[in-house]
Write a protein that binds this ligand. Sequence first.
Ligand code: AMP
Ligand code: MG
Length: 431
Amino acid sequence: MSPQPDPSVLSFEEARRAVEEQASRVSPNGTETVDLLNAAGRVLAEPVDADRDIPPFPRSTRDGYALRSGDARQLPRMFKVIGEIRAGENPDLLPALAGPGQAVSIMTGAPVPVGADAVVMVEYTSRQGHRVEIARSVAPGENVVPQGAEARAGGLLVDRGARLNDAAIALAASAGRATLNVYQRPRIAVLTTGDEIVGVEATPGPTQIRNSNSYSLAAQIVAAGGEPVLLPIAPDETATLRRLIEQGLQSDLLILTGGVSMGRYDLVEQVLAELGAEFFFTGAKIQPGRPVVFGRIPCGAGTCGAGTLARQGASVPPGHKHFFGLPGNPVSTMVTFELFVRPLVEALAGMAPRKLAFLHTRLASEIRVKTGLTRFLPAILSGEFEKSQVQLVPWQGSGDIAATARANCYVVIPPDREIIAAGEWIAVIMR
Ligand code: AMP
Ligand code: MG
């Protein structure tokens, strides 16, 4: 009889779905107010609405002459210049077009006067004293943004749950929001395990390895909107591991690295199980990162701090906390964070859910792999504009941080592909 497949080892898509499902049930901690200048990367806890129409007046997008487009059909034609409008002009003093053949000199960002419906760019005009010759016709509305075309007063500009990027911050500024209400960053505990692992400041013995995972994870947590809480390195010994896991469960999410493979001293799953963990998966058919573990743990009897998962109406029982056990190989740790941990950190940070984004580009040289695993291999996306292509970085496997540091993306190879030819389109995830 052939061995039965392990039901807790999921395909990449199934594992990702399990994470997204759990992410949809968690909610952020409280909120705080930040200055607009410190709001980049934070997650909005309130909607930002337009306090007036944007633009607040019909806005010229060009330097030129505002006129009636219907007057500029038979060209070239001389127009009478009846005034000039600069950006910020007092609205009570704006000249209005009173009759045919009139034009107003206008600057970019200035209000288009009453009576005009288009702006001819200055490049297509020639000014002669109080007159201007128009050499090119304009369509009604050309080079004019109507009042309220970008947003209406009271309309939504940026929704709750948006991660504040440059454009969102510009919108908040344009709506007069000097401060914003944002979600507090979730605290994400990082617990690295392994008898051979020593701190960065230590001089390692000949077979010891410096802890790099806690630091790469901290960087990824910050990028995902969380606040890393680094715990002491746990030895491969149950009592201390258990004590440190309990300490990690005080945070909003616990990430362990190492100790999830099949070795005799891989104790992480065993200790989590003893604490009553429920596992959503104990492996994913991916490379690197196959032994990745995801679950939640009940927080009874003082095992966790105040729960943050107990959103009203959510089906997560109050006092459960999620954990990930990531494989210790440094590249596996980095890849599994991006694939599986990030959605949960983002949800705890209050972000609206989003799908993993794949780009597509051409493969520079053939790839041959065994089927059965979805692979995420470090690669370099290069080339210009329409000629971009991607090439795998030669590497020594999932422990090779140096190769991964040279990569700017991961090539994604579907589990059913054995040979991918040079020149084929292939999916990549940027890193
Ligand atoms: P494990 O998943 O515990 O079997 O570890 C797999 C490999 O990753 C081993 O070569 C470990 O030495 C290495 N490793 C585990 N944890 C870390 C860490 N925190 N920093 C760097 N390498 C690690
Ligand atoms: Mg280990």
